[in-house]
Design a protein around this ligand. Structure first.
Ligand code: HEM
Length: 131
């Protein structure tokens, strides 16, 4: 809550677009270089430019910032959009390894970082589509 009693979005708490941009850059940098992430890196295009832009738009909207994703893509239907990729515990863990490192490097506010980590962990769990 802010002083006026209005709920403050995670987007604002972490520092808005500048932080989301860095977070996504660091996330894919880690996916691109960490051996533990190789299995999920190969699911992606060789050129990560397009997906970086999509994830920035998605996270902006999902954290309570401007609706940059749905204006272009409609309802996220994120789980359905991942059905084409085999995601089990190992893939979820690799994704979260990249994301946690990126969060530590880019989100200075520890409480906001923890909240975001928790919410993203839930989302990554939900994305699993293999036993
Ligand atoms: C849990 C493990 C996950 C794996 C292995 C995974 C993998 C992928 C892959 C391979 C793509 C397609 C990339 C491309 O088109 O080149 C994709 C798209 C996407 N992923 Fe994930 N993902 C995971 C979790 C998540 C989570 C937790 C989020 C949300 C924070 C997310 C957000 C997105 C978005 C926004 C797209 C683009 C969807 C679109 O086409 O609009 N992913 N993911």
């Amino acid at each position: 809550m802010s002083e006026s009693g209005v709920a403050v979005s995670i987007f604002e708490r972490i520092g808005g677009s500048a932080t989301i941009d860095c977070l996504v850059e660091r996330f894919y940098e880690r996916m691109d270089t960490l051996a533990e992430a190789r299995a999920i890196r190969v699911m992606h295009e060789a050129d990560l430019g397009a997906i970086k832009d999509v994830l920035k738009r998605y996270l902006t909207e999902w954290t309570g910032g401007p609706k940059l994703y749905s204006v272009e893509k409609g309802h996220p239907r994120l789980r359905q959009r991942h059905f084409g990729f085999a995601i089990g515990d190992a893939e979820r863990d690799a994704w979260l390894l990249c994301m946690r490192g990126a969060l530590e490097e880019t989100v200075a506010d520890a409480a906001a970082r923890q909240d975001l980590d928790k919410a993203l962990s839930g989302l990554a769990d939900w994305m699993r589509n293999r036993p």
